[in-house]
Design a binder for this molecule. Structure first.
Ligand code: ASP
Length: 336
């Protein structure tokens, strides 16, 4: 293990941090590409839920062969997008009420360049399309048919993403057609990944098929910069999973980063925003099924996860301790 870590460390120090060539976005050259993060920790990779473990491994192997953190995110979360057994991301994701798999994703770099796609259909890797939006367009966000046309014109294949298993579950759901968000670990596990790379720069990405049985056209928090994902390279990065509407209402990830800017730790920051979300929804019927969780990492490589209800976990890799799963702290259990 220690050999592997040494190898990883050398590779990380030697090769990461090649800056992304950006043909459109006006890149704000940060005057603080700081080396605050302890070199013992870097790189730090943190991803939501169990599937984050495999995603972290893939992202790390990409960093180790000299890929940029943006490329590592696309490949890392791409593992989950391609997995038909993953029922809440990409191919195999549970569909909306009309039986359509619709995907949301976004990606952000250390220079605050962003790319995002929402309500994208029949394209297996929305995160890769989001990266294309970041690099090759003057925009942040493309949606629906426009996003699909853009993807196809860039060589992405149009594919059926509704697997037989997801179709079967949808048919089953149609029997009662209960038009209410179903929030549990199976239906609700967007993959978000944050990377503090070998240069101490922050990157993030997020990809999902969104809430199962949502209304056709519904867009969640995951492709919205500031809601599902936000980072400020001077401060830290945060990402969300859970009921997207609640995260959007509170500008969740942006607020977590702002609290870290004020000097709070990642844990304190995630906790305060979860408390805020709880308070905003305490008189709402949404509270019955409300779950939200945040992951965050600051420039020192300190990280945390915190959720409203029990059951949220995340994968964390750092050079000191390798890749592992951690259960997040939470405000209350599902019985409350
Ligand atoms: N946040 C996502 C959404 O609301 C769902 C999830 O995290 O599973 O679309």
């Amino acid at each position: 293990m220690s050999n592997r870590r040494n190898f990883i460390k050398k590779a990380a120090l030697g090769t990461i941090g090649v800056s992304t060539v950006n043909t459109w976005s006006s890149t704000f050259v940060s005057d603080q590409t700081s080396n605050l993060a302890s070199s013992k920790k870097k790189p730090v990779i943190i991803s939501t839920w169990n599937h984050g473990f495999e995603a972290n491994d893939k992202a790390l192997s990409e960093l180790n062969i000299g890929k940029t953190a943006l490329e590592a995110i696309v490949s890392g979360v791409g593992v989950c997008e391609a997995d038909p057994n993953n029922r809440s991301v990409g191919y195999g994701g549970l569909p909306d009420r009309e039986g359509k798999v619709t995907l949301d994703a976004c990606i952000m770099d250390h220079n605050s360049n962003c790319g995002s796609v929402s309500f994208l259909q029949e394209i297996k890797h929305p995160i890769a399309v989001a990266k294309k939006v970041l690099i090759d367009t003057p925009h942040v966000m493309l949606s629906g048919k426009g996003a699909q046309d853009f993807a196809i014109s860039n060589g992405f294949l149009k594919e059926n993403l509704l697997t037989p298993e997801s179709k079967k579950d949808w048919k089953q759901w149609l029997i009662k057609s209960k038009y209410e968000p179903v929030i549990n670990m199976e239906n609700h596990d967007t993959i978000s990944m944050l990377i503090l790379d070998g240069n101490g720069d922050l990157f993030g990405g997020c990809t999902t098929s969104g809430a199962a049985w949502k209304m056709h056209g519904r867009v969640g928090d995951s492709p919205i910069i500031g809601a599902g994902l936000f980072l400020d390279n001077d401060v830290g990065a945060a990402a969300a999973t859970g009921l997207g509407e609640a995260v959007i209402r509170t500008a969740g990830s942006a607020m977590v980063v702002e609290l870290m800017r004020q000097g709070k730790s990642p844990l304190e920051s995630c906790k305060e925003i979860v408390e805020r979300i709880y308070n905003k929804h305490r008189n709402s019927k949404d509270l019955n099924y409300l779950q939200v969780g945040f992951i965050a990492v600051n420039k020192n490589g300190d990280h945390a996860g915190y959720s409203l209800r029990s059951g949220f976990n995340y994968a964390i890799y750092d050079d000191e301790n390798g890749n592992r799963m951690e259960d997040s702290q939470f405000k209350m259990s599902w019985n409350n």
